[in-house]
Ligand binder design. Sequence first.
Ligand SMILES: Nc1ncnc2c1ncn2[C@@H]1O[C@H](COP(=O)(O)OP(=O)(O)O)[C@@H](O)[C@H]1O
Ligand SMILES: O=C(O)C1=C[C@@H](OP(=O)(O)O)[C@@H](O)[C@H](O)C1
Ligand SMILES: [Mg+2]
Length: 177
Amino acid sequence: MGPCAVLMGPPGAGKTVVGRLLADRLDVSFRDTDADIERIAGKAIPEIFTADGESAFRALEEKAVATALAEHDGVLSLGGGAVLSESTRGRLVDQPVVFLSVGLTEGARRTGLSTARPLLAGVNPRATFKALLQARLPLYREVATCEVATDEIDPSGVVDRVIADLHPARAVRSSDE
Ligand SMILES: Nc1ncnc2c1ncn2[C@@H]1O[C@H](COP(=O)(O)OP(=O)(O)O)[C@@H](O)[C@H]1O
Ligand SMILES: O=C(O)C1=C[C@@H](OP(=O)(O)O)[C@@H](O)[C@H](O)C1
Ligand SMILES: [Mg+2]
């Protein structure tokens, strides 16, 4: 059957936080491929990058996304770099894919206090974030069914927009309730 929503977009867009809220709202289960990867690898993402390198992480990620797309029928959140894989982009065709977007300033602010994202842990995280957005925006847009800009909306408001864009019938029903 496949997921009822797949959330993707850059780090800090809110895929994990919004995904969990969206799943609660739709009364379905939530899955995040970053958590799957950590479970399979038996270590945290920064440790995978340090010990095994980014390409090892990307290989685990490609498999984790393929498995989750085949198994999961709730809300699925991907890591921000999952779309770098051409085969993953192919698997996302015909899926209900939501691109959660965030601008440079807000994305850098949201990710700035965390050490959980090794790609943004360098000396100039804002410049890294800028380059990452430039490289990935076309890929996010290539696979997106709809796009929700998150900069000026809180996570609960983002869930409202996602439901309205992806599940219009459900949005009408819940506003009648
Ligand atoms: N719409 C939003 N408004 C304000 N803060 C947000 C929003 N979405 C996410 N955040 C915050 O940004 C940080 C990153 O969120 P997270 O869900 O981990 O992003 P992602 O999984 O896309 O990297 C968290 O601290 C989260 O609370
Ligand atoms: O953008 C990326 O390449 C990454 C994003 C992270 O997930 P979030 O987008 O959920 O932060 C995580 O998969 C890893 O640190 C790599
Ligand atoms: Mg996340």
